[in-house]
Design a protein around this ligand. Structure first.
Ligand SMILES: *Cc1c(COP(=O)(O)O)cnc(C)c1O
Length: 396
């Protein structure tokens, strides 16, 4: 059986063949422990890890010493928030974030609330952006950290990080960003954005699953302290103990290197394909509404509401043709509309009809044309079956 066209690149990406090739020796012959200092097996592994550290750092304009390897962005987000909260709790107990963050941030915030920390969830506008003035107004003498994701994983909106970074810097508050959906897709420069901590995941950028990184600023006005959440042998300068996942780290490094090289061309190509998909669908179907920002979004993301269609019915009718999702993979078990779609104020009658199209490195024009035809056909059929059309009065 032929598998459906893959348009769920926000959930995960296929491993790049060149990444697998780079990893292979470290899964077999070069099996050394990067912490073994007394023989060539260890030296070889350590050298590979340091090369990867430089590749990750290079993609975000950081110094290699500022990269801490983790098991993925969920751990990076946990380490950033809990690590700062615990290390700076003598200074304050207040953190600021937004309701459209990934669950790795929101659930960690809920945990910190149980530990006595106070969290402010700033609203987002209709396009999914936090207003930097709201950040400024929310900062109190108790505030230790602001965490705002760079690109939203459902609606693709790019946050005003540089503006927020300028405000946090001015107030001496630390600034973390979950950049899983931006790194390797749009330029990320930790100095230009003035972020102090930044989370990265391997499998969202054509690298392996189970590996990620946290950038932790070591230069400039603040040298950041982090209380580790995993204790042990003191690896990664004490911030994250545990024998390093050498093949995974090598893969993450290679994926960052490739992402860096391909980004200029790939972002233009994906932007065109996304536009073709958007035009193709909206020229042939009525009552289709864009979620997220019309321009300030990553090239590979399109999120649309199809009025009078249930997301689940549409996804089910398309399942043999195209692999899509309504929102984040982590919440797709529930039948509630996506919390991101709700937070941007999509009216309830439309909220159940949001579909995320996630284009990626191997998406072709022919695939996009197939998807347009299929979606148009299924939406028309589902609408014809619908008992009575609910009038729609607004949308964006
Ligand atoms: C996928 C994702 C994560 C989690 O990353 P893992 O490496 O799978 O733990 C965190 N944040 C965002 C925005 C994501 O898209």
């Amino acid at each position: 059986m032929q598998r459906p066209i893959y348009l769920d690149h926000h959930a995960t990406t296929p491993l790049d063949v060149a990444v697998l090739d780079a990893m292979m020796p470290y899964l077999t012959d070069a099996f050394g422990n990067a912490a073994s200092k007394t023989h060539p097996y260890g030296w070889e592994a350590e050298e590979a890890v340091e090369t990867a550290r430089a590749q990750v750092a290079g993609l975000i304009h950081a110094d290699p010493e500022e990269i801490v390897f983790t098991s993925g962005a969920t751990e990076s987000d946990n380490l950033a928030l809990k690590g700062v909260a615990m290390a700076y709790r003598d200074r304050g107990h207040h953190l600021i974030t937004s309701p459209t963050e990934h669950k790795a941030i929101l659930d960690t915030c809920h945990f910190l609330e149980q530990q006595g920390f106070e969290i402010t969830y700033l609203p987002v506008d209709r396009t999914g952006r936090v207003n930097p003035d709201d950040v400024r107004n929310a900062i109190t003498p108790q505030t230790i950290l602001v965490s705002i994701m760079h690109v939203n994983s459902e609606i693709g909106t790019i946050a005003p990080l540089a503006e927020i970074g300028a405000i946090t810097r001015e107030h001496g508050v630390l600034f973390h960003s979950d950049a899983v959906q931006s790194v390797g897709k749009i330029p990320v420069d930790v100095d230009a954005l003035q972020v102090d901590l930044l989370s990265i995941s391997g499998h969202k950028i054509y690298g392996p699953k189970g590996v990620g990184a946290l950038y932790v600023r070591q230069t400039g006005p603040q040298r950041i302290r982090l209380e580790p959440i995993v204790h042990g042998g003191g690896h990664e300068r004490g911030m994250r103990s545990g024998t390093l996942n050498v093949p995974g780290i090598v893969g993450l490094g290679k994926a960052c290197g490739i992402g860096h090289d391909l980004m200029p061309e790939e972002s233009v190509r994906l932007g065109r394909l996304r536009q073709r998909l958007y035009k193709g669908l909206t020229s042939r179907l009525d009552d289709v509404y864009l979620n997220g920002h019309p321009e300030l979004r990553v090239p590979g993301n399109l999120n649309l509401c199809f009025a009078r269609v249930q997301d689940e019915s549409l996804l089910l009718s398309l399942k043999d043709i195209v692999a899509l999702s309504a929102g984040s993979a982590c919440t797709s078990e529930s039948h509630e509309p996506s919390y991101v779609i709700q937070a941007i104020g999509v009216e309830p009658s439309l909220a159940h009809s949001a579909i995320r199209f996630g284009l990626g490195r191997h998406t072709t024009e022919a695939q996009i044309d197939t998807v347009i035809d299929a979606v148009v056909e299924k939406v028309e059929r589902l609408r014809a079956l619908a008992p009575s059309p609910t009038p729609v009065t607004s949308g964006s």
